[in-house]
Ligand binder design. Structure first.
Ligand code: SF4
Length: 157
């Protein structure tokens, strides 16, 4: 009986996929696009107490070209929307987006002419973390959900 019988035709591809997914999910480089009060909670979750290093997501990058996780933190006005879209477009693939706080998810209580009613009207969103502001535990839960999503997605390399 040959080794193919035991391992199957796709063994090598599957294993490489898993290794790439594992590396990607534990090496997230966030770009914090911070505009409003949720920024305080972003600082809290980034501090040592919550130890984002456990998830490989502690090292923010301040250029979109070196980041793969766009964290949109705070209210987005229509005036700011083109800038957010441009930042997203400057990131290389694969890339993910977190809507951090209810203002980014839906506009929150800023139901007015000046505020974007959810950033998914401008760019694709992978993870929604509601709350005003969300607690650090909720943000960490969002990161873990994103890691699950990365594990399940088709890896391209
Ligand atoms: S969700 Fe609440 S805390 Fe966050 S930016 Fe909006 S108003 Fe501020």
């Amino acid at each position: 009986m040959g080794i193919r019988h035991w391992l199957g035709d796709n063994f090598l591809t599957t294993r490489v996929d898993q290794v790439v997914a594992w590396a990607r999910k534990f090496s997230l480089f966030p770009y914090p696009f911070v505009t409003a009060c949720c920024g305080m909670e972003y600082m809290a979750v980034s501090a040592a107490h919550y130890d984002l290093d456990r998830f490989g997501a502690a090292f923010p990058r301040f250029t979109p070209r070196q980041a793969d996780l766009l964290m949109v933190v705070g209210t987005i006005s229509h005036k700011m929307a083109p800038i957010l879209k441009r930042v997203y477009e400057q990131m290389t693939e694969p890339k993910w987006v977190m809507a951090f706080g209810v203002c980014t998810c839906t506009g929150g209580f800023y139901d007015n002419y000046a505020t974007v009613q959810g950033i998914d009207t401008i760019i694709p969103v992978d993870i929604y973390v509601p709350g005003c502001p969300p607690r650090p535990e909720a943000v960490i839960r969002g990161i873990m959900m994103l890691q699950e999503k990365i594990t399940k997605m088709r890896q391209e390399y």
